[in-house]
Design a protein around this ligand. Structure first.
Ligand SMILES: Cc1ncc(COP(=O)(O)O)c(C=O)c1O
Length: 436
């Protein structure tokens, strides 16, 4: 299939070196299983599940059929004051996967919207309880919480913030959890639980009664898979409990089996008050996100308004879109039928063995991993951030898609990947990184 470079001009591409891309287009035109095919007919193995979305692999006919059937039944239903059955059913199915008392689900269209919605729910909850003074948020350096102004304010990534003004006031950041002494640790590092005391410092500095919520990615994903040190999430939970602060887990990458459990909450045995999710919720086949909350948060917010009144003045035209819900239900059916979360747990050891096997390469400065997610930091001596983009392109041309953030590659193949396919991913990494 031929594509003219001059037909690419009009799309301003997201998080992309536009001018460079249009010189050297990398168009993916087909996907099946763990593979993509590009516009030149080349096969590209998907080492990052697209962008951590496609847990069940590409080209899942069950999802496509469910979406088509749903669209012919009802293509759109206004989600304000009317509702469509698949949204209620999908909420029920998600509630069955979340921890016990997290049973209420608000639908959105992306991870970014999930984060902004979670921030608003936290504020509305405290307001309904007569604690409207709780308006601060605590986040973390190196955090990625999407690109809405709420999420950017929580963000701890310089490039995602610096051109975009001041963001929301009242957001403070804890330190990130990368420590030199933990380099090449597999699973949860032994050192670093003390970093959770940063939340206590925020409480001491700003007053616990002014803080609405603490947002963390249980594993910081986009920045390169920073696995929480042992005891870290537990300590955040304790400090939140002692101070009436809501703990929010941004599970947009961690959720739906990536860590070998339903969510990170179960993988690490720490239960948040609010969870955000997106990506693998629909296997990436439709845009969708969700916020799941503890029952008493739902009860408090809904109970604070008079009977018959709208309780939360928030929602999107496409909240719980029928096609997205159909995709979500079909994806969850596949995950269950094929036991993909258990498969991830079972494959993790083999997968991490393979990725950690790369650590003898000179270019690799750190490897981190948990479940079916791993991060590798590369450096051959240039300025920080100068290598990742180039390496990502070389990998692509060698037949491997890996998401890079700066000089960090994030390897998270579809959960259906076989040992042979994992071997192929790691083999291409070895070939390309070995030549740096
Ligand atoms: C933890 C986390 N939160 C939020 C988002 C934003 O999701 P989206 O790109 O769907 O808006 C992402 C995306 O990678 C993410 O990793």
């Amino acid at each position: 299939m031929q594509y003219q470079a001059n037909t690419l001009e009009h799309q301003w591409m997201p998080f992309t070196a536009n001018r460079d891309f249009k010189e050297d287009p990398r168009l993916l035109v087909r996907g099946e299983g763990v593979y993509y095919w590009n516009h030149k007919g080349g096969r590209v193995i998907d080492g990052s599940s697209g962008l951590f979305c496609c847990a069940a692999g590409h080209g899942r006919r069950e999802i496509a059929d469910a979406v088509a059937k749903q669209l012919m039944e009802i293509d759109y239903c206004p989600p304000f004051q009317t509702g469509c059955p698949p949204a209620f059913e999908l909420a029920r199915r998600i509630a069955a996967l979340t921890p016990d008392d997290i049973n209420h689900v608000f639908f959105v269209n992306s991870g970014s919207e999930a984060v902004d919605t979670a921030m608003k729910i936290a504020l509305a909850y405290h307001w309904a309880r007569g604690e409207g003074q709780r308006q601060r948020f605590v986040s973390r350096e190196r955090a990625y919480h999407g690109v809405g102004f709420g999420g950017v304010s929580l963000s701890g990534l310089l490039k995602n913030r610096e051109a975009f003004g001041l963001g929301l006031s009242g957001v403070v950041h804890m330190r990130h959890t990368w420590l030199e002494e933990n380099r090449f640790t597999r699973g949860q590092p032994e050192h670093g639980a003390h970093l959770a005391e940063d939340l206590q410092r925020m409480v001491d500095n700003y007053g616990g009664t002014t803080i609405a919520a603490c947002f963390v990615e249980p594993i910081a994903g986009s920045t390169g898979i920073l696995v929480p040190p042992k005891g870290y999430l537990e300590r955040l939970r304790e400090i939140c409990d002692a101070n009436g602060i809501l703990l929010v887990f941004d599970e947009v990458i961690c959720g739906f089996g990536r860590l070998g459990a339903n969510f990170a909450a179960q993988a690490f045995g720490v239960t948040p008050d609010i969870m955000t999710m997106a990506k693998a919720l629909t296997n990436g086949a439709q845009p969708m996100g969700a916020v799941a909350v503890r029952d008493d948060i739902y009860d408090t917010v809904t109970g604070a308004s008079p009977e018959g009144a709208i309780e939360l003045f928030h929602g999107y035209t496409y909240s719980g879109h029928p096609a997205a819900c159909a995709a979500g239900l079909a994806a969850l059916d596949i995950y269950e039928r094929e036991g993909l979360f258990q498969r991830a747990a079972g494959m993790s050891e083999y997968y991490l063995d393979a990725v950690y096997g790369l650590q003898d390469l000179d270019a690799i400065k750190d490897v981190r991993g948990y479940g079916m997610a791993a991060g590798i930091d590369i450096n051959v001596g240039g300025a920080p951030g100068s290598l990742g983009g180039e390496v990502q392109k070389r990998l692509y041309h060698a037949g491997l898609h890996i998401k890079f953030t700066g000089d960090t590659g994030i390897i998270a193949p579809p959960l259906i990947a076989s040992q042979g396919e994992i071997g192929e991913i790691v083999g291409i990494l070895r070939d390309v990184l070995g030549k740096l």
